[in-house]
Design a binder for this molecule. Structure first.
Ligand SMILES: [Cu+2]
Length: 149
């Protein structure tokens, strides 16, 4: 490989990395004691993102963290730390279900849809199981899940 080819190839890698990051969006999901939908919420609780986007969980108010339940095949599961911001890279299409462990009973649940909902059957099964552990406002969480298209 000549010096020129090497430099040219390197420049292409840099250029494509820049164009990818310029298009990708970082979604900010706030973790709140009280939001527009009531107590103990992720806001927004439903997002429709694209592959390559990231989601950052922001500890706007203390006492929360985020843990994935069902993720699309290939997507890395996660568990963030209490009161710490945490960023998830969305690498696969499909729907992800997550919750805040201390406030699951209060319906602190969120959904990330990436592209098409190609894992809807498995997602709904995971949601049915999770829903049994929600004792306050399960209807609020149903409304989040129903936004999946
Ligand atoms: Cu919480």
């Amino acid at each position: 490989m000549s010096m020129f080819t090497r430099i040219f190839a390197g420049a292409c890698v840099v250029a494509s990395a820049i164009s990818t990051s310029a298009m990708a969006k970082d979604w900010q999901v706030e973790m709140l004691n009280f939001g527009e939908q009531g107590p103990m919420v992720f806001e927004p609780a439903y997002i429709h993102a694209e592959v390559g986007d990231t989601v950052t969980f922001v500890p706007t108010q203390p006492g929360h963290y985020s843990q994935s339940d069902h993720v699309p095949e290939g997507q890395e599961a996660w568990q963030s730390k209490l009161n710490q911001p945490y960023t998830v890279e969305l690498t696969e299409q499909g729907v992800t279900l997550y919750h805040c462990p201390p406030h699951l009973v209060m319906g602190m649940v969120g959904v990330i849809q990436v592209g098409e909902a190609n894992n809807l059957v498995e997602f709904k099964e995971a949601y049915e199981a999770l829903r049994e552990r929600i004792s306050l406002n399960p209807e609020r969480v149903d409304a989040i899940v129903e936004q999946v298209q």
